[in-house]
Structures are given as C-alpha cells and as structure tokens.
Design a protein around this ligand. Structure first.
Ligand code: DC
Length: 226
C-alpha cells in the first residue's frame, strides 16, 4: 500500500480551496483541515469579547481552544467546545479573521496545532501558508487562483444563498482588500511556494478541476512508490 502524504492547498479567499480540498480528502480517505475556519473561530472570539488591540488578543490565546467535530458527517469548527460553524462564514467574521491573522503570536498558536494534526500524514490542509510555513515538506502543494471577479461572484452567490442581500461591488471591493492584506502582511504572507503547482480555476468546471487534482495526486503517489 502506498505511503500517505500531506497535501497543502493554498490560495486567495473564495477560490474554491475548501471545496476541492474536501473532495480530494474524501477521494483519498484523508483528513481534511480548513485552517481558515480556525482563524475565523479566533476572529469570532475576539468580536464577541470586543477585543481589538493586539496585546489583549495575545493575552486571550491561552483561553481559546479551537477544534473540529463531525456533525452529520460534515466538519464543523468548535470554539471552547461550542459548535460555531453557523457564525463564522459572514463577511464581518472573515474580515476580523484577516485582521487577527496578521498577529505573529496568533499564527504561531494555530500553526503549532496544524503541524500536530499532520504528524501522521494522510491530511489535506487548506489555507494561505500551508505549503510555505506549516508543511514546507508537503509532498503535494497546490496553489489555487481565480480572477477577483470570478471569486466575488462566487462569494456573492454563497452569501445570497444564505439569505443575505450582498452588493456585488462591495463584495468585489472586499475580495480585493482581503487579497491585499493576505499578500502584504508582514507575517507569513500568502505566496506561492516554489514547488507548488498553480491551478487557475477561473474557467474550469468543478468536475474538470477535480479530475486535474486527482491526477496530480495519483501522479505524486506513483512517483513516491517508484
Ligand atoms: O480561507 P478563509 O477565507 O476562511 O480565511 C479567513 C482568513 O484567515 C483569511 O483572510 C486569511 C486568514 N488565514 C490565514 O491567514 N492563514 C491560513 N492558513 C488560513 C486563513
């Protein structure tokens, strides 16, 4: 039987990382970890407690436990034992996650947990710094991209589907702001690892993308067996 590997999937917000990561994990029988959800859970905690200065957020870290549970077979993130999946996918929490993710201590706190989750390999992890910082030794690294307009449309549809009434231009501005923050922050900015394979899915159907990713995964496993 082939060895299990680590698959690192990085990329901009709303470019379908979690959809493809989940599908690949299911295909491979691997564990899926959504690291964005972990930053969002800390973002939610700080919003609820009204913490906005850096020192207060760092001081709160020992009181924050982020985890995952399965709810009807779907992975939900937990915050101090509470299932907070229903609260973390809003624009407000996303923006707060983007802000708190710039704090070095917050990143170190979550990166250590993410590395522990990958100790036994057999994991598909998505985020911004997985191939560069969390698992620089990951056997397969994918860097997903799509144009800002395509990503804004996807986020718009997602929010509308949840009953929110988003404004397209505001969503697009938000995508651009978040890209800027994610790629320009001092701590672990989003960048493509040198050995990552770029997948631009602007014009791919979900099926085409899935086929491509499965092919890349199988090729990698076969090479390791050779
Ligand atoms: O992928 P997402 O939109 O759920 O991520 C929310 C925020 O968390 C995003 O703005 C950047 C941050 N993040 C990060 O800094 N590093 C990660 N590995 C994952 C997310």
């Amino acid at each position: 039987m082939a060895n299990k590997i680590i698959v690192a999937i990085d990329g901009y917000s709303s470019c379908g990382k979690s959809t493809i990561a989940k599908a690949l994990a299911r295909y491979a029988g691997y564990t899926y970890v959504d690291t964005g959800a972990m930053y969002r859970a800390i973002g939610l905690y700080t919003l609820r407690k009204g913490l906005d200065d850096e020192a207060a957020i760092i001081a709160a870290l020992p009181h924050i436990q982020v985890g995952f549970i399965l709810s009807d077979g779907v992975q939900h993130v937990t915050l101090n034992g509470e299932d907070v999946e229903a609260y973390i996918r809003t624009l407000e929490v996303g923006n707060q996650a983007s802000r708190i993710s710039q704090i070095r201590e917050v990143r170190a706190f979550l990166v250590a947990q993410q590395q522990a989750m990958g100790r036994h390999k057999g994991i598909v992890m998505d985020g911004r710094d997985i191939g560069t910082v969390v698992f620089p030794e990951a056997e397969l690294k994918l860097f997903l991209t799509a144009s800002p307009e395509v990503r804004a449309q996807r986020r718009f549809d997602e929010l509308a589907g949840k009953g929110e009434k988003p404004d397209f231009d505001a969503v697009l501005a938000d995508v651009n702001d978040r890209d800027y923050r994610d790629t320009h922050r001092a701590e672990s900015p989003l960048r493509q690892a040198q050995d990552a394979i770029v997948v631009d899915n602007s014009r791919m159907t979900p099926d085409e993308q899935m086929q491509l990713v499965i092919r890349l995964f199988e090729e990698k496993l076969n090479k390791l067996v050779d």
